[in-house]
Design a binder for this molecule. Structure first.
Ligand code: SAM
Length: 423
């Protein structure tokens, strides 16, 4: 999106109301966090539209049932590590239409399924039965945030064994899985002006941007120094991931014991994208981000920053109630967070794109065709230039990592408030 440098005329965000367009006074323009919040989840917001996320983009969940089957195997590993609890939760965080939770429950062996309880956590509400789409917005119990904390029983299209809720259930034991959730947590964007001063980017409803006032010294500035060094070079942009870290930590903190996984496209501190990653998606195509409810607004995830926040919360949870219990240092130890690629994670969980033997084509042609289709779906889920390059952030809470999963990339955790001069 083109940026108009209005910084001279706008001494602070919310300051001088002078602007190019008299209909939208510059001083009243929101930053991207506020604008995306309203555009995605406010009245008429993108995620309240009847077609749901699958109408606009294809996640791993939509790509193949092999994904849910692999996550079901991971849930079995978590069950084993937890000693087969009487109730085993599967929490689908940012559930969309609940495709993952339903697929996981359906793929569980009977003995595990008998103890499993599925939760679909979705702030856009419970999907309506087919034919009731027109009633979705504003219908009882379907608005974002409605019933927060109070699980509402699923109706219509949603099966009875899944509990729909606006916020994750507290104190459960099991697996929390967030597929492409964190990239949709609204964030502010900053840009460095020609003098290297970081300014908040303000946005009009049509997506055009202006630079606001200098970023105050405060939590966002500290987050950027710690997690996005080099952001303050003239012309560069960064997304301020602090709200996302908080969202992940809060989700991790809902587990009494278990395992939390965030699967998303992301980046690490050593190689942040110089111009940020804010993007729009509409009807299967990448489009410029416009905060008017017509498209998704998404940004790649600073997975290492989320990892540190989640680890801190997990460590606090694991220490709670245990007098004098040693807390696991961030990013270290057998219960520290790990980052693996989706490709490696799925391979370890038994998904691979190997072609079936040609002999099967003559002995059982139908089985050969099915195996070929599965191999091609597995290849899509694990492609190094596609879904396979997603990161899986793995966070145990009061349990070790399940044995099946790979070691992954060690996560560097910089000190709380990095030095003012970026390395
Ligand atoms: C990109 S979609 C992913 C849907 C699904 N997980 C999948 O992989 O197909 C992100 C979903 O997260 C939901 N979401 C965003 N923030 C949320 C929050 N704080 N609590 C619950 N759901 C949220 C959105 O409404 C949206 O349905």
């Amino acid at each position: 999106m083109p940026v108009t440098d209005e910084a001279e005329r706008l001494p602070g965000a919310g300051g001088d109301p002078a602007g190019e367009r008299p209909d939208v006074p510059l001083g009243s323009l929101p930053g991207w966090r506020e604008a995306a919040e309203a555009a995605l989840y406010g009245p008429g917001g993108f995620y309240l539209r009847p077609e749901g996320p699958a109408g606009h983009f294809r996640t791993s969940v939509h790509a193949s049932r092999l994904f849910a089957e692999a996550v079901a195997r991971l849930l079995c590993g978590v069950d084993e590590a937890l000693g087969h609890p009487a109730e085993l939760a599967f929490v689908d965080m940012g559930a969309g239409r609940g495709e993952l939770v339903h697929g996981v429950l359906a793929a569980l062996p009977a003995e595990v399924a008998a103890r499993a309880r599925g939760y679909a956590v979705e702030r856009a509400g419970v999907p309506q039965p087919l034919g009731a789409e027109g009633d979705r917005e504003g219908g009882p119990g379907t608005g974002p945030g409605e019933g927060a904390g109070d699980p509402v029983a699923a109706a219509g299209a949603a099966a009875a064994d899944v509990v729909w809720c606006a916020t994750p259930p507290q104190g459960v034991t099991g697996l929390l899985f967030a597929n492409e959730w964190l990239d949709n947590v609204p964030l502010d964007v900053v840009e460095a002006d020609p003098d290297g001063v970081l300014r908040r980017v303000l946005v009009r409803p049509d997506g055009t941007e202006v630079l606001g006032g200098p970023l105050d010294e405060g939590p966002d500035a500290r987050w950027l120094r710690r997690w996005w060094p080099g952001a303050a070079r003239p012309g560069l942009r960064a997304e301020v991931g602090r709200p996302r870290d908080g969202a992940w930590a809060a989700a991790v903190g809902t587990l009494r014991a278990g395992y939390a996984v965030a699967a998303d496209y992301g980046h690490l501190r050593a190689s942040r994208p110089a111009h940020g990653t804010l993007t729009g998606f509409r009807a299967g195509r990448e489009v410029p981000p416009v905060p008017d409810g017509s498209c998704d607004i998404t940004a790649h995830v600073a997975l290492d920053a989320c990892a540190a926040a989640g680890a801190e919360r997990a460590s606090a949870s694991a220490g709670a109630g245990r007098t004098g219990a040693a807390r696991t240092p961030l990013g270290a130890g057998p219960a520290g967070p790990r980052l693996v690629t989706q490709r490696d994670a799925l391979h370890a969980l038994g998904v691979n794109g190997a072609h079936p033997p040609l002999t099967l084509a003559t002995t059982d042609p139908a089985a050969y065709v099915r195996a070929l289709a599965a191999a091609s779906e597995a290849a899509e889920l694990t492609a190094t230039d596609g879904l396979g390059a997603f990161g899986w952030l793995l966070q145990p809470v009061g349990m070790p990592h399940p044995a099946a999963l790979p070691e992954g990339t060690p996560l560097a955790v910089p000190p709380e408030d990095g030095a003012r001069t970026a390395p």
